[in-house]
Each structure stands twice: as C-alpha cells, then as structure tokens.
Write a protein that binds this ligand. Structure first.
Ligand code: AMP
Length: 281
C-alpha cells in the first residue's frame, strides 16, 4: 500500500493506471475509519483492480459552528486499517493543496441538496459536491462507493454525476450497524454510555417503520407519527427532522409510500452530538 499526499502525484498515478487499462475504485472518507468505511473498501475491491481511499477532513462541508476543528484524527490507525483491508493507495491531501489561497470555484447542486441536511446545514452539500468533484478529477476513478448511511449525499452526488457528465459509476453500500442497531459513525465516539443507549432510538424508530410497512402500513403520517412518538420518549434526544422522502429527489412523499422508492430519514441531537440514520421503506 502506498500513501500519497500530493495532488499532482495522485493525478500522475491515476493517469498511468488508466494508461495500463486498470480499473480504479474510489472510496472518499474523512478518516477516523470504522468497519462501515471498510465495508465500502470490500465492495470497491470487488469492482476494480485498484482501490484508492481518500482521507480528507473537508473544511468546506462544515458550518462555522460545527465540529471541524475537533473532528477525530487518527491517521496512523487509519493507514493500518486500510493496509489490512487490502487498499492499494491512500490519498491524504493537505487542505492547502486542495484549496490553495484564493480558491474560488464551487460545485452546487441546487435542488436535492436543499431540504433535510441542507436545511439545517446550509453550505454542507456545496462543500461535499465541490470536494467530490475535485477528487473525481484527481483520482479519475471508474467507480466511487458511498454509504447509504448518508442517503441525501448519495442522491446529491448521483445527480451531480449525471448533470456534469462524470463518466463514473456511483455505487451505494448498505449501512453497517452495531449488533444493537446503532449505525456505525465516526461521531459515535462522542457519545457517553447513557447517550449511546438513548441514541439506539434512531434505529429502533426506523425498524418500527419497516415493521409497520411489512405489516401493510403505507400512510406517511402514521409512519412518521410512530417514529416521532418513539424518539420523543428519550429525554436527551431532540428531533431535527423525521421525514419520508423520495430516495432519488429527497422530496417529501405525500399521502402513501410506494415500496422501495421512499426512505425514512432521521436527524437528531443526542445532547450535543448530531446523528443521522435512514432506512429504505
Ligand atoms: P465519512 O468519513 O463519514 O465522510 O464517510 C465516508 C463514507 O463512508 C461515506 O460514503 C459514508 O456514507 C460511509 N459510511 C459512513 N458510515 C457508514 C456505515 N455505518 N455503513 C456504511 N457506510 C458508511
């Protein structure tokens, strides 16, 4: 495994891999890797000869009052995890190389990025689409793997790829969970034992919704009411949103869901820790 820190070196490497006819799979991450990230690597290995993991805590996707400066960093452990997972290249650029002085070009998806995460984190997806477009140009992958855990991110990036004609296959990986249901996230480490217990209500509410759907329930208002009721029983958990949206457009589903096209998506504060989770219905 090789670690690359310079943008120009990564571009040269990508060009030479492509010239040799090698298929490149990209797994973009912000580091603090956990088994959820590594499940993306496993999928990537099945899709291409060369797997590139990027580790970059992207400053432009954090709002001014968010946790950018204290986002967990553990590069050595991340590199060891990548090596053990069979990653070929880890690209760890410097922020000054990605956003040099006087940087002024941004990629903005103007529709799907607006509701949900976009409503409570106004510049978040502008940062995500910008950095992912840049990583696509630097790593030149044939396919890129993203987690369903970030359902809106998947929808926004898929739209960007279509709108901007990136010749890249977007592959979506299922959400990896702890045995008790908690979706793996780099932010789970901020939870105390008590907060973690209360955080389990996210997956419980989503499971309840999928059970109701399996039992024949289709009405959006009933599904949301039940999930909201469950979450409301936890005293440390505050709802940011509980929504049922079309999984491609992120528009609210009205009336009844159509199986497979709707996703229940939830964002909460558990005290000061912001968590998201979702389940396709
Ligand atoms: P992050 O480092 O949080 O930006 O995540 C990098 C990638 O890993 C994104 O595509 C996430 O959706 C994905 N990811 C994060 N958590 C999980 C999980 N529990 N299961 C599957 N993929 C995940």
């Amino acid at each position: 495994m090789q670690t690359i820190t310079s943008v120009s070196e990564m571009q040269l490497l990508a060009e030479s891999l492509r010239a040799q006819g090698q298929r490149i799979a990209l797994v973009p991450t912000m580091g603090a890797l956990h088994p959820g990230h590594l499940s993306l690597v496993t999928i990537a290995k099945g899709l291409a000869q060369v797997v590139v993991v990027t580790i970059f805590v992207n400053p432009t996707q954090f709002g001014p009052s968010e946790d950018f400066s204290k986002y967990p960093k553990q590069l050595e452990a991340d590199l060891a995890a990548c090596e053990a997972a069979g990653v070929d290249y880890v690209f760890v650029p410097e922020a000054a190389d990605i956003y040099p002085k006087n940087y002024s070009t941004y990629v903005v998806e103007e529709h799907i990025a607006k509701p949900l995460e976009g409503a409570s984190r106004p510049s978040h997806f502008r940062g995500v689409t910008t950095v992912v477009a840049k990583l696509f140009n630097i790593v030149r992958p044939h396919c890129a793997i993203f987690g369903q855990k970030d359902a809106q991110q998947v929808a926004v990036i898929s739209k960007m790829v279509a709108d901007l004609n990136f010749n890249i296959e977007v592959v979506v990986a299922p959400t990896l969970r702890e045995v008790d249901g908690l979706a793996l996230s780099s932010r789970n480490r901020y939870l105390t034992t008590t907060q973690r217990v209360e955080a389990l209500v996210l997956s419980r509410a989503l499971r309840k919704a999928t059970e109701m759907v399996a039992a024949g329930e289709r009405r959006v208002d009933r599904l949301i009411a039940e999930a909201t009721h469950l979450i409301g029983q936890q005293r440390r958990v505050r709802i940011i949103y509980v929504s049922i949206v079309n999984r491609l457009t992120m528009e609210a589903v009205k009336g009844e869901i159509t199986l497979g096209s709707a996703v229940m998506t939830i964002a909460v504060w558990v005290d000061e820790v912001r968590l998201i989770d979702n389940e396709i219905l």
